[in-house]
Design a protein. Structure first.
Length: 143
C-alpha cells in the first residue's frame, strides 16, 4: 500500500494551478473536465504519479469559496534551504504566513505559506527534524 494523493477543493482552478506550479514549482500532471458532474480534476506534483504522492485539485463548477473548517491542518513539503525557499516564494507572489524558524517546543525548522484558497502548506528544512521524530518512526515501523 502507498499514499497516492491528497484532494483539495479549490474555488479558482487557474489561480490554484498558478500557485502550485509557478510559486511552489509543481508540474501539472493531468487535468480532466467532467461535464456531467460539473467538476474538473487537476493533479499536480513533483514527479510522476506512478512513484510520487501528488495533490488532486478539485474544482466544482460554480463554487468559488469553501469553509475550511477547523479539522484540516496542512500539507508539508521538505526543502533544502527554507530561508531561500521562502524568499523565492515571496518573489513569485506567494504569501508566507509564518517565517522560517524552529517549531515551538522543538528543533525542526519550519515555515508556512498559504495558497489562494487559504490552505496552509508547511515547509520543513530537511535534516532538522528532531531525534524524537526518528525514534517514534522507528517504533511505529517495528511494532
Amino acid at each position: 500500500m502507498r499514499l497516492l494523493h491528497t484532494m483539495l477543493r479549490v474555488g479558482n482552478l487557474e489561480e490554484s494551478l498558478k500557485f502550485y506550479s509557478e510559486v511552489l514549482g509543481m508540474k501539472l500532471l493531468r487535468r480532466k473536465d467532467y461535464p456531467d458532474g460539473k467538476f474538473t480534476l487537476a493533479f499536480v506534483g513533483y514527479g510522476d504519479e506512478s512513484d510520487h504522492t501528488v495533490l488532486e485539485l478539485t474544482y466544482n463548477w460554480g463554487v468559488e469559496k469553501y469553509d475550511l473548517g477547523n479539522a484540516y491542518g496542512h500539507i508539508a513539503l521538505g526543502v533544502d534551504d527554507i530561508y531561500g525557499t521562502c524568499e523565492e516564494i515571496k518573489k513569485r507572489g506567494g504569501k508566507v504566513v509564518r517565517e522560517p524558524g524552529p517549531m515551538k517546543h522543538g528543533t525542526t525548522v519550519i515555515a508556512f505559506v498559504e495558497d489562494p484558497d487559504g490552505y496552509k502548506v508547511e515547509l520543513i528544512q530537511l535534516g532538522t527534524q528532531g531525534s524524537e521524530t526518528k525514534q517514534e518512526s522507528q517504533t511505529l515501523v517495528t511494532q
